[in-house]
Design a protein around this ligand. Sequence first.
Ligand SMILES: Cc1cc2nc3c(=O)[nH]c(=O)nc-3n(C[C@H](O)[C@H](O)[C@H](O)COP(=O)(O)OP(=O)(O)OC[C@H]3O[C@@H](n4cnc5c(N)ncnc54)[C@H](O)[C@@H]3O)c2cc1C
Length: 425
Amino acid sequence: MFDVLIVGGGAAGFYAAIHIAEANPNLKIAILERGKEVLSKVKVSGGGRCNVTHAEFDPNELVKNYPRGEKELLGPFHTYCSGDTVSFFEERGIDLKIEDDGRMFPFSNSSQTIIDCFLNEVERLGIQVLKHSSVVGITSIQNEDESSWKVTSIKKTYQCRKLLIATGSNPKIWKMLENLGHSIETPVPSLFTFNIKDDRIKGIPGLSTYASVEVLAKKMYQPKITIQLKTKVSDKVLLLSEGPVLITHWGLSGPAILKLSAWGARILNEMNYKFQLRINWLPDYHPYAVISLLQEIKEVEGKKTVLRTKAVDIPRRLWTNLVRATGISEDTKWADTNKEQLQSLANQLTKCEFSVDGKSTFKEEFVTAGGVNLKEINFKTFESKLQPNLFFAGEVINVDAITGGFNFQNAWTGAFIAAKGITKL
Ligand SMILES: Cc1cc2nc3c(=O)[nH]c(=O)nc-3n(C[C@H](O)[C@H](O)[C@H](O)COP(=O)(O)OP(=O)(O)OC[C@H]3O[C@@H](n4cnc5c(N)ncnc54)[C@H](O)[C@@H]3O)c2cc1C
C-alpha cells in the first residue's frame, strides 16, 4: 500500500514525485516505470543537451506556444512558470543558459546533468523507483468514505490512495483511461520536417534563410477517366508561419516548418502529409514590389548575367537554383531579360510552390498531439473530473507545444500542480 503511486518514470513523473515528497516527507511514494531505464526521453532530448525550458517568463506569452493547451495552461502558468523551473534547477546547483533563440539548456550542455539531479533527489527523499514495472491494469476501489486505486504491473499488484498518470504518449494507458470513462483525443505526430523532392532545393543542404511559409488548401476531386485521385490546389491559405527555413537532404526543416507541423498536426495528418507549400523567400517584400526591384536591377546591372548577379538578399546558392528554375540561361544578361522572365523570377522569389510528400522525424525533439481530453481535467489540481484521486501530468494529456523547451515546461508545470493537488489532502 502506497500513499502515492506515479505511473511513468519520465520528466513529469520524477518532477511530481520530488515535489510531493518535499511537500510531505511522510508519504510513501513509488514511481512505476516500464523500462529498464528511467528518464530516457530526457536523455536524448535537445540533441542530448536537454532544452529544459524557454526564456519566456510571461504566462500570457508562454501559452501562445501551445497549439493544444493554450487556453487551459494559462492558469497553471500563473502558478508555475518557466522562471520557477529555472529556480528549481538553480537551487539544486544547476545553472541554465539562454541561447539566442530563447531556448534554455544546462551549462554542461548535457542532459545527464538533469538526470543526475533527479536521481539524486529521489534517493535523498526516499522515493522508490520500480523499474521493469509496466502497468497493465488500473482499477478504482470504492471504500465507504474514500476511493483508492489498485494498480497492476507485470510483476505485482499495488494499492495507493492517489494515483498520478505520467506515461507520456502510451496507447495502452490511454485505452485503460478510456475504460475508466475518459475520452482520448486521437494521437497524431507533431514536430516533423517536410519531405520535398525538388531541384530548387537540391544540392544545398544545410542552407538556412528567413522566409514566410504557407500551407495551401487543396480541393480533392475525382477525375472521370482515371481512378487515381488528383489534387487541385486552390489559393486558400490554411496555415502560415514565418521564421528560419532550413534546407535538408530530404526537404525543408527549421523553426518556420516545425511551427507549421505543430499547428497543423491534425490537418496535415488528415491530408496524409501530401500538400502544397508556398514560400516567400523575401517576406519583407510584396510580390509586386519585387517586380519593380528586378526591373531596377535590369536598368542598373544590364551588362551582368542574371545568374551571377544576385539582386536580392537571399543565400547565393538558393538564388542560383531559383534563377535556373525560371529557365533563364546561364549567360543571359539582365538587359536581355523579358517581362515574362522577370515575372517568373519574381514568382520564384515570393510565391515559390513546393509539393510536400511525407514527413521525417526532427531528431532534436518530437512529440505527440492528442491524449486525455482537456475538458475532463481540473487545471487547478490536474485531477480527473471523472475519477477522484486520479491525476495527470505531461504528454499524457492533450497538450503539446512547438519546439523550444515548451514541451518540458508543460511537464514541469503539470507535475508541480498535480503534486500540490495530491499533497493538499
Ligand atoms: C527525441 C526527443 C527529443 C526531445 N527534446 C525535447 C527538448 O529538448 N525540450 C522539450 O521541451 N521537449 C523535448 N521533447 C519532448 C519531451 O521529451 C516530452 O514532452 C516529455 O518527455 C514528456 O514528459 P512525460 O513525463 O509526460 O513523458 P515521457 O518523458 O515520455 O515519460 C513517460 C514515461 O512513462 C513510461 N511508461 C509508459 N507507459 C508505461 C506503463 N504502462 N507502465 C509504466 N511506465 C510506463 C515510459 O517508459 C516513460 O519513461 C523531446 C522528445 C523527443 C522524443
